[in-house]
Write a protein that binds this ligand. Structure first.
Ligand code: NAP
Length: 337
């Protein structure tokens, strides 16, 4: 039997939290490269909340970003096994948006970067802390949040890949870092391993009170990964001229009929706040610089990270659902065999 390519396809728009039936796993023939193209074998797949937006339903404004039967969109860490591409040779490692599949053909248009690891850095770091999650944290905090030494930075989804990096970068800039995460185990990880000054359990009741206790002088930068009700709570506790980089809306990705409208937006005027949504891709010209800084922070021990790794491509739908339910610590990856 000739080798086949296992792929995970987008089957249908989920109702609320996805189920495994929203995906389809198929075996297809191995892809053949055309002129100028390369074939990559996927070693790891990155699972990210934005994929839920692309599946539609919870993302009221854009509709689905995928069509039925399409290979699920996603980043992989791959090894080049065949190449007619001028800049790549077999054995090179790449990070690119090549989808939930074992093998992919590309002309390079969907590449993020060729991985040239700093000494001692594991390849998987380039899927999280030194990859798109790390550069997202770096860009949102430094380019939009612009924290000054001594200021207080609050970040939601703080035990996750982006959030854990935000707080540690803030600490390295001389700020006080306060995280918000779901549950005592995650909060312990955030303070004990990621070295935040405090972490608040949003499932533990009265988040506003907890924030006031942990940051009695108010919040200067809120790195918002969650949106919704949590944003309402934090708006009331921002200091004048505070900055809010809006990185994502985790509370809304699975929302169906209960889209949450932030109620106290007049505080943005009253306190002269700056609230700015952003995409990591806007800062592409900064990625090399950001990655170099992130590598240095990891090497110096100032930036720690965790990975949750599911085994085998067929486990990807279940791992993705688990991540949306908060079952991951740090970066959610799938290791392909
Ligand atoms: N703007 C960009 O270009 C860009 C790029 C990458 C990522 N992002 C965004 O960054 C955020 C973090 O992404 P990530 O990849 O690092 O994922 P992550 O934080 O590692 O994983 C998702 C986490 O979200 C939390 N969560 C899920 N539902 C929630 C809810 N209703 N309320 C509060 N928290 C909830 C869960 O943690 P708990 O157990 O703590 O609830 C879960 O572990 C997401 O909003 C994502 O869309 C944006």
């Amino acid at each position: 039997m000739p080798p086949t390519n296992t792929q995970v396809l987008f089957r249908r728009q989920p109702q609320g939290l996805p189920t495994e039936d929203d995906f389809e796993i198929v075996e297809t023939p191995m892809p053949e490269p055309g002129p100028g193209q390369f074939v990559a074998k996927s070693l790891y797949l990155s699972l990210d909340p934005y994929m839920r937006m692309l599946m539609g339903g919870g993302w009221k404004f854009l509709g689905t970003g995928m069509t039925q039967g399409q290979v699920m969109v996603g980043r992989i860490l791959g090894e080049v096994i065949e190449s007619g591409h001028p800049d790549l040779k077999p054995g090179d490692h790449i990070v690119g948006r090549l989808g939930w599949q074992e093998y992919a053909v590309s002309n390079g248009a969907d590449l993020d970067f060729k991985v040239e690891p700093k000494e001692g850095m594991p390849l998987t770091a380039y899927m999280g802390v030194c990859g798109s999650n790390g550069t997202t944290a770096w860009a949102g905090l430094k380019m939009i949040g612009k924290p000054k030494e001594g200021e207080t930075v609050l970040v939601s989804a703080a035990a996750g890949s982006v959030g854990s990096a935000v707080g540690q970068i803030a600490k390295a800039m001389g700020c006080r870092a306060v995280g918000i995460a779901g549950g005592t185990e995650k909060c312990r990880l955030v303070t004990e391993e990621f070295n935040f000054d405090a972490c608040l359990d949003y499932k533990g009741g009265d988040l506003g009170r907890q924030i006031k206790d942990a940051a009695p002088d108010g919040i200067d930068v809120y790195f918002d990964n969650v949106g919704g009700e949590m944003l309402d709570t934090v708006l009331a506790l921002m200091n004048a001229k505070g900055r809010i980089p809006v990185c994502g809306v985790l509370s809304q990705y699975n929302a169906e009929d209960d889209y949450y409208g932030v109620t106290n937006t007049r505080l943005i005027f009253d306190k002269q706040l700056r609230l700015q949504g952003f995409l990591n891709s806007e800062f592409r010209d900064q990625w090399d610089r950001a990655r170099a800084e992130l590598e240095d922070l990891v090497a110096s021990g100032k930036l720690k990270y965790r990975e949750t790794v599911a085994q085998g491509l067929k486990s990807a739908p279940q791992a993705f659902i688990g991540m949306l339910r908060g079952e991951n610590l740090g970066k959610q990856l799938v290791k392909l065999t």
